[in-house]
Design a protein around this ligand. Structure first.
Ligand code: AMP
Ligand code: TRP
Length: 333
């Protein structure tokens, strides 16, 4: 069976861009692949954070993912498998400084730090982040990595690292992992459809999957539909974005009839927004119910995830043992 790995940062909220770009796929793929998904808390240390908040957000993300349908046995917390960091170190030594300098996420995040804080502190951890991500993937020999489009460059780097490692140590040891995208690999902000939906842009730029229903409806209602530069007869980026959300929610009848309205020039944006808000609320309702059930016995859920982290760690330990052998490190007795 082919294997899958993916990860998500515990940043507090799960937005519909994360869901439609990645997590929806995580849930579906569980039927046909050996899947491992992690909440990447080590990665969250690369930007300013508070220790107590990190722990709380890590668990919050675990609960959100389970509520969306990720199976507990497939879910773990990255830092409970410290072998990721050991492999990350080893992979650092087959990664060039120049290739990390080309990573656009590093450029974006370090610019963001400089903008938000005059005395910007940009850590080596932020620079090195993509190598740890490569380790997350390669340590399980994952064939596929379901992510949003913004991770394509990191995946390409993971393949280059795998190739260089294999070449240097004379063995086709690591697989070259391929990304898997959904139909919405890049969901746009409803407040500014020229930009990707993202937590880092601020609250109005992302729709929280577990937010208040009223707020979701308000955000969809106030979605920007006209940016003034769309040729007649074509859909603006904002309108296209709403249609994509509608389709991804599975509201195919509403999608079809509103597309017909658009084609005949009779589309009312208020109808499109109402249908989209309804579809989102319908999609989310069972997730919320499941979250409430999970919250009713938090301890049992945490215990389960700790157990799956222990089970998944065994696979990572096996890889590390083989890697230590291949790279000439002294063996641990
Ligand atoms: P992050 O919250 O940055 O850890 O992202 C978690 C996952 O969601 C990654 O696979 C991202 O590529 C994906 N993702 C984040 N924002 C979007 C978006 N606006 N559209 C589609 N996918 C996204
Ligand atoms: N870098 C990813 C993001 O910002 C998160 C991530 C960390 C990841 N490790 C991973 C994604 C491994 C896929 C596979 O969204």
């Amino acid at each position: 069976m082919k294997s899958i790995l993916s990860g998500i940062q515990p940043t507090g909220d799960l937005h519909i861009g994360n869901y439609f770009g990645a997590v929806q796929n995580w849930v579906r793929l569980q039927q046909d692949y050996e899947c491992r998904y992690c909440v990447v808390d080590y990665h969250s240390m690369t930007m300013p954070y508070k220790a107590t908040q990190l722990r709380e957000n890590t668990w919050k993300m675990v609960f959100y993912l389970l509520a969306c349908g990720v199976k507990p046995e497939n879910l773990f917390i990255q830092s409970q498998v410290p072998e990721h960091v050991e492999l990350g170190w080893i992979l650092n030594c087959v990664t060039s400084y120049g290739e990390l300098q080309r990573m656009t996420q590093f450029k974006d995040k370090s610019d963001q730090l400089r903008e938000s804080d005059g005395e910007a502190f940009v850590s080596v951890g932020l620079f090195d982040y993509p190598v740890l991500q490569a380790a997350d993937i390669l340590i399980y020999h994952a064939d596929f990595v379901p992510v949003g489009k913004d991770q394509e460059q990191h995946l390409e780097l993971s393949r280059n690292i795998a190739q260089r490692f294999n070449h240097q140590f004379g063995k086709e040891y690591f697989i070259h992992p391929q990304p898997l995208f959904t139909e919405i690999p890049k969901l746009l902000s409803t407040a500014d459809p020229n930009r990707k939906m993202s937590k880092s842009l601020g609250e109005k730029h992302y729709i929280n999957l577990f937010g208040e229903e009223d707020r979701i409806r308000k955000q969809v209602k106030s979605a920007v539909t006209d940016t003034g530069d769309t040729p007649a007869g074509e859909m603006s980026a904002g309108v296209k974005n709403l249609f994509e959300i509608l389709r991804a929610c599975g509201a195919l009848d509403a999608h079809q009839s509103l597309t017909d309205d658009h084609n005949s020039g009779a589309l009312k944006y208020s109808d499109l927004k109402e249908a989209t808000a309804n579809a989102l609320v319908e999609l989310i309702t069972p997730f919320r119910d499941r979250l409430a059930e999970l919250n009713a016995d938090k301890r049992a859920v945490k215990q389960q995830i700790q157990e799956s982290s222990v089970a998944i760690r065994k696979r990572a330990q096996q890889t590390i043992q083989e890697v230590r052998e291949l790279t000439g490190l002294a063996s641990i007795k």
